[in-house]
Design a protein around this ligand. Sequence first.
Ligand SMILES: Cc1cc2nc3c(=O)[nH]c(=O)nc-3n(C[C@H](O)[C@H](O)[C@H](O)COP(=O)(O)OP(=O)(O)OC[C@H]3O[C@@H](n4cnc5c(N)ncnc54)[C@H](O)[C@@H]3O)c2cc1C
Length: 396
Amino acid sequence: MSAAVKIEDVRVPLGEDFPEIRASVRRICGNFPGAYWRDLEAREAYPAEFVKALTEAGYLAALIPEEYGGVGLPLRAAAVILEEIHASGCNAGACHAQMYIMGTLLRHGSAEQKSRYLPQIARGELRLQAFGVTEPTTGTDTTKLKTRAVREGDHYVIHGQKVWTSRALHSDLMLLLARTTPLDQVKRKTEGLSVFLLDIGACRGKGLEIRPLKAMVNHNTTEVFFDGARVPAENLIGEEGKGFRYILDGINAERILVASEAIGDARWFTKTAVAYAKQRIVFDRPIGQNQGIQFPIARAHAETEAADLLLRKAAALFEAGLPCGDDTNMAKMLAADASWHAGEACMQTHGGFGYAREYDVERKWRETRLFQIAPISTNLVLAYIGEHILGMPRSY
Ligand SMILES: Cc1cc2nc3c(=O)[nH]c(=O)nc-3n(C[C@H](O)[C@H](O)[C@H](O)COP(=O)(O)OP(=O)(O)OC[C@H]3O[C@@H](n4cnc5c(N)ncnc54)[C@H](O)[C@@H]3O)c2cc1C
């Protein structure tokens, strides 16, 4: 049974708040109001202008070290960027993956791979936005994934299928997890998986097909089919067979960043609900005067503050290189719950107008529901807490 690391024991400060970054991100987001996102959704289009603005401001290269042309900021700064994007009513789903996928390349890529790709990514000339892990038949049971990569000379030949590979049609590169040694030939199921940096443009039409997947939110997500796509062996990241560990290494960063988006959503919902509750008059008084309206918003606010504190602790531990899995998982779940409760309160506060597209409440409500499922579902976090933190028997 592992006790969560206590912040006072390790004397890690809770991290900076980066007020200048917050203000600057808010300014950029001001140019992308609700109407922009509604129009994109109607056309199922990618927010290219929004991504360009963030790239030009250097925010998508926040975590790339300065030696590769990035800004070299800590994870907490990236979390603040994503939180502010969501608190401003925008959505970072179109580009957030670049922040955490890049970590796998940075930590485990060769010097040659890093100097070839990272500066181009930092300059916005290459997009590393697609992350191919989830498969249709195996879901959360990642080590059973069926996509195979077989070495043939100086290439790996890929066969298989991915699902929910977001942004694959808007990315130049995909970080792909595939099995290089069959499951029945490895000692542990986590072995024999490898990570590749796949050049989408070079492979499309040559054993790689990408089809848009219509979804409840405008997440530009896709199904990806591999039928003999060839990836140069030099695009293998790190050692063959160690890919699952490389992906796990990046998972805490991913969860901290996604939880920050949930916190941002929660703040947008609370602010929007409070404004409407004060201004909407029914039965000759503001609806916010009724406890039935006021209390769910107040509760969601308290939940958001609590989740944010745990999230800051997780980010501080991550930065300090200390074990952060327990706090990261709990913070991700609590942030997702806080945003969902805030979304529900905001929706209910708006009554029928919550359903009107022009208020953006229903869009944000649909968007924030995702955090209960991806990148890790609530049940799987609870299973982690039960088993790894509380020491109860493994439930699956
Ligand atoms: C909009 C969107 C974008 C996404 N983008 C990406 C992406 O870019 N790249 C990528 O690789 N993936 C992506 N995903 C996939 C996402 O990470 C998965 O959907 C998520 O991890 C859950 O996996 P699954 O859908 O296969 O659910 P399953 O694994 O099939 O689980 C279904 C349900 O059963 C529950 N469950 C399963 N096993 C247990 C158990 N042992 N105990 C209790 N409950 C259990 C789960 O909690 C879940 O609620 C995206 C998904 C969506 C919806």
